[in-house]
Design a binder for this molecule. Structure first.
Ligand code: NAP
Length: 322
């Protein structure tokens, strides 16, 4: 069977991909959006989103993503479910293989594959995923009713997850490798004011230990004294950030030292002409739903310009935005 030809393919369905889909569909580019293993992206793993403009009283993450998807569909975007297994960016049209079997070709590509939760890489951690180790508080918090659990990390996500988990758990200990937290003041304060949250700071986790086939304890090294300690716990939520999903690119786009796709100036242009990147896969800095959505809009506008006339996007100037 031959490849299906498209003007634009969008890889990923987080806020970036879906916003790109809305704009590309409204530009009559009939985009095909590939929806991977985490449809809707990271926002579907959160509960209430309080800082997305336009929702005065907040909105649930999955509902927001569902609305964006319906909006894209309403303008003619099409969706296919699958995992992008490889791409060939050496010639145009680009080739995209989904699930190792479905072949597509596209005149332009928008990469919005986001980022996935990082793990600590310590002994016992992956073995105990689903048996007490989790990377998603909103997915698994419910199972920890009245239990004593931990959240590892010192960023906004760790504060948010710990606060959320106090709805279920009897006690949540935030475990962090330094004395200072990376999280914003507001999120730190909210956690500090919560009587169910305890703190275990300046320790390095070294192993997760099993008890009766479930998580039983976290082994940590105290960074000040160098001593090793076992801390009993019934659940461990790892919240140490995310890694951009770029493996399928197989080195064909320029990445920075941390693996994020490098884009040019204020545009979403990548190192390959006709390939654009938006959202968390190219943003090591802001990583917010609204910034991802904004860059998705930019990617669709860049694609539109690119398809209108060869490399017109590189002449993108302030004058052309009016
Ligand atoms: P992050 O800001 O990168 O924080 C990751 C945390 O994990 C850091 O405290 C880091 O420690 C720790 N860490 C990283 N690798 C580790 C390792 N191997 N062992 C132990 N600890 C490790 O990630 P994030 O909290 O997921 O936040 C990502 C972005 O989303 C941020 O821009 C954040 O502001 C945003 N966010 C916003 C909200 C909100 O406003 N509602 C909610 C969640 C996230 P160090 O501090 O020592 O490096």
């Amino acid at each position: 069977m031959g490849s299906k030809h498209l003007r634009v393919m969008i890889l990923g369905t987080g806020p970036a991909g879906l916003t790109a889909a809305i704009y590309a569909a409204r530009a009559n580019l009939a985009p095909l959006v590939i929806e991977g293993n985490e449809p809707g992206g990271q926002l579907t793993l959160t509960s209430e989103v309080e800082n997305f403009p336009g929702f005065e009283n907040g909105i649930m993450g999955p509902e927001l993503m569902n609305n964006m998807r319906n909006q894209a569909e309403r303008f003619g975007a099409e969706f296919a479910t699958g995992w992008v297994t490889s791409v060939n960016l050496s010639q145009r049209p680009f080739q995209v293989t989904v699930n190792d079997e479905d072949e597509y070709e596209a005149d332009a590509l928008i990469v919005s594959t986001g980022a996935s939760a990082r793990l600590l890489g310590i002994k016992g951690e992956t073995e105990l995923i689903g048996r007490g180790v989790s990377t998603c508080a909103t997915c698994d918090g419910f199972f920890y009713r009245n239990k004593r659990i931990m959240v590892i990390g010192g960023g906004d996500s760790a504060m948010e997850e710990a606060t959320f988990l106090t709805k279920f758990a009897s006690e949540v200990t935030i475990v962090h490798r330094r004395n200072e937290l990376r999280a914003s003041k507001f999120m730190q304060e909210r956690a500090r004011e919560n009587p169910k949250i305890k703190w275990l700071l300046n320790v390095t986790p070294v192993a997760v230990h099993e008890r009766e086939r479930k998580v039983g304890a976290l082994e940590v090294v105290d960074n000040a004294s160098g001593e090793t300690r076992m801390v009993d716990t019934e659940g461990i939520f790892v919240s140490i950030g995310h890694s951009p999903n770029t493996g399928f690119l197989n080195g064909q786009l320029k990445l920075d030292g941390a693996g994020y796709i490098v884009t040019e100036g204020v545009t979403t242009t990548t190192s390959v002409e006709g390939v654009f990147a938006c959202g968390d896969v190219m943003d090591p800095c802001y990583r917010q739903a609204i910034t991802a959505a904004g860059s998705g809009c930019k990617a669709a506008l860049d694609v539109e310009k690119f398809l209108e006339g060869s490399a017109a996007h590189s002449n993108w100037s302030l004058a052309s935005t009016t």
